[in-house]
Ligand binder design. Structure first.
Ligand code: DHB
Ligand code: FE
Length: 286
């Protein structure tokens, strides 16, 4: 027997936001860099000046200023800063960070990565419920170095939402590590991962990010995606996501994280259920 609680009924912005905030805090305390006064001065001054410019340009009123204040307070209370930043800011941080890379494209990590997922050999089936919904997906490929050599024993870490768009460890009712795993490639860098196709992900609508989206008349969706971290000794880790050709919101991701190189075109499995797709990763040297 697996979980019978349905996630739709119980998933709330407060629950996933608070979990994402808690998760981030735990990781951040371990590797925060020391502040450089000059750098903080430059960045903080320019950020504040950009806000002043917007106020002048748009003649922002006291009423609007007070709405902004309450909204900012609410983002913190909802624990939605990780959600907000990863949707509207992280894609540019990633763009800057990966400017000089020659290997496979990366994209944002998002708020739902959890280190320490169970480990599997090169031919793996991700942890899933007996009755896990969604089309079966065979995701396979090879990890090589930029010079073309196979990276034996490379690590492919994968995590993704379920068929309802929910992530284990963040939405209630999902078994721990559901649809999450570390896969070790074989001696040729090859891997085969059996999972299900995730559904598009909706930013929680009942919290402050949802309020902003509704107030601005935007939509709240990200296209269906697989999250990955691919690494090998002597090489730079890539954090990326893969999307599904023709899928809803691929052309209009609220988190602006889709790149043309990251779109998969799965084909039906010849003698079985579901789809398969091959995607190779090329890692830059460290
Ligand atoms: C968010 C959620 C995701 O699944 C993702 O990949 C990126 C951002 C978010 O809610 O902020
Ligand atoms: Fe995601």
């Amino acid at each position: 027997m697996t979980d019978i609680i349905t996630t739709q009924a119980t998933a709330t912005a407060a629950a996933s936001g608070a979990a994402a905030t808690e998760r981030f805090r735990t990781r951040q305390s371990e590797d925060a860099p020391a502040a450089d006064t000059k750098r903080v001065d430059t960045l903080a001054t320019e950020l504040i000046t950009a806000v002043h410019d917007i106020v002048r340009r748009h003649q922002v009123t006291y009423a609007e200023y007070d709405v902004l204040k309450s909204w900012l307070i609410q983002v913190g209370e909802d624990g939605e800063w990780p959600l907000f930043l990863d949707v509207w800011v992280e894609h540019v941080i990633e763009e800057v960070a990966s400017e000089n890379r020659a290997g496979s494209k990366g994209t944002i990590e998002g708020p739902y990565y959890v280190p320490g997922a169970p480990r599997f050999p090169a031919d793996a089936t991700l942890p899933m419920r007996d009755d896990e919904e969604g089309a079966p997906l065979l995701f396979q490929g090879q990890v090589t170095s930029v010079d073309g050599s196979p990276l034996a024993g490379a690590t492919i870490e994968i995590w993704h939402a379920d068929n309802d768009g929910y992530y284990a460890q963040f939405a209630p009712g999902l078994p721990e590590w559901n649809l999450r795993g570390h896969v070790t490639a074989d001696d040729q860098g090859n891997f085969k991962i059996r999972t299900i196709e995730p559904a598009p992900y909706q930013i929680p609508t009942d919290g402050s990010c949802g309020n902003l989206i509704a107030a601005a008349g935007w939509h709240a969706w990200r296209p269906a995606h697989l999250h990955l971290k691919v690494s090998a000794p002597g090489h730079q880790l890539i954090t990326t996501q893969l999307y599904f050709q023709g899928g809803q919101y691929v052309e209009d991701d609220i988190a602006s994280a889709v790149k043309p190189e990251l779109i998969l075109a799965p084909a039906p499995v010849a003698d079985g259920d579901g789809n398969q797709v091959t995607y190779d990763f090329v890692l830059d040297k460290a």
